[in-house]
Write a protein that binds this ligand. Structure first.
Ligand SMILES: [Zn+2]
Length: 315
């Protein structure tokens, strides 16, 4: 992200965001720059002025804490530790990390490995009030991933609590991943069911982040092709239900929709407001980059007005 941090803060303010997720460094490399960039303090201050927060840092994509390979595991622990140690410089509240893949070792082994990795990384990280927290993200189930359903997330929490990590780890639910894992969250009743189950097995106070993404992958396909809000299978009804859900008042919503750098960030942000208010969705200057003209193939129910009007401010 380098010299772009301040631009990112300004852009977030421009499009009306009230929370922000960034990469602290190259998301596709292991190597971390030893110190936070020089503009980190100014970035932190600008976000405070704009009243944007909580800030989340998404850990590098290579991180896999759940796998059996020792070298990859050690590198993953080191990257997470690095993010946690430097999070305060950015003013980040959450470090978001994928639950990861057991790579054939089985779900139980994967969960144990993940929790071991979390404890090692957190052992050398700042602790106490205001210290950065780890938000473990659910998966769509592809590539031997763990955290595919609420039960598996509960298993992570249970073991983490046994390791004394209580209060330092929580969860992020990615809507596209839920869909890929087989939860039909285009249906408000299914959303209510998922949240009720999460509350029963983990407690909704453990749910800190939602990655609000529509998806063009099939239900239960184990894929997670992120799509613009309201233009995928989840559609406006499910999205609006999540944004307005009273049980999620304490949860921060983050967009990971396509074309963020090409202006689609503003459109999807506007659609968040539309969904909350029950308005028709702001149209996008489609085509989407790289996909040619016309609507996304296989798009789910689109352009329908969400059922009820009203609600609360969301993302
Ligand atoms: Zn995500």
């Amino acid at each position: 992200m380098g010299g772009g941090l301040l631009k990112v803060a300004e852009r977030a303010g421009e499009i009306g965001a009230s929370a922000l997720q960034i990469f602290s460094d190259n998301p596709t490399a292991w190597r971390r720059r030893p110190e936070p960039p020089p503009e980190a303090p100014a970035f932190r201050q600008r976000l405070a002025e704009l009243d944007i927060g909580p800030l989340a840092i998404h850990a590098a994509y290579l991180v896999n804490l759940a796998g059996p390979d020792e070298i990859l595991f050690d590198r993953s622990v080191e990257v997470l530790r690095h993010e946690l140690v430097h999070a305060p410089a950015f003013g980040a509240r959450f470090i978001n990390v994928h639950a990861g893949s057991h790579r054939g070792a089985g779900v139980e082994a994967g969960v144990a490995r993940l929790v071991d990795g979390l404890s090692r990384a957190l052992a050398e990280a700042p602790d106490g009030p205001g210290a950065p927290l780890v938000a473990v993200e659910n998966s769509s189930g592809g590539g031997d991933s763990i955290g595919v359903n609420v039960e598996q997330l509960a298993a992570v929490l249970e073991l983490a609590t046994a390791h004394g990590l209580d209060g330092r780890i929580g969860f992020c639910l990615d809507t596209a991943h839920l869909w890929g894992a087989g939860y039909d969250i285009s249906d408000p009743a299914v959303i209510d069911g998922v949240l009720a189950e999460f509350d029963r097995l983990l407690g909704l106070d453990r749910l800190w982040m939602i990655h609000l993404n529509d998806t063009s992958s099939g239900l239960g396909s184990r894929h997670d092709r992120h799509e613009h809000l309201g233009e995928g299978w989840i559609g406006p009804l499910g999205m609006a239900h999540l944004l307005r859900h009273p049980a999620l008042d304490h949860v921060a919503f983050y967009l990971e929709t396509p074309g963020m750098e090409e202006g689609f960030d503003a459109i999807n942000m506007a659609r968040v407001g539309d969904l909350v208010a029950g308005r028709p969705l702001t149209p996008g200057p489609l085509p989407r980059p790289g996909t040619g003209p016309g609507p996304t193939p296989q798009a789910g129910p689109t352009a329908e007005t969400p059922a009820q009007a009203g609600g609360r401010a969301g993302a």
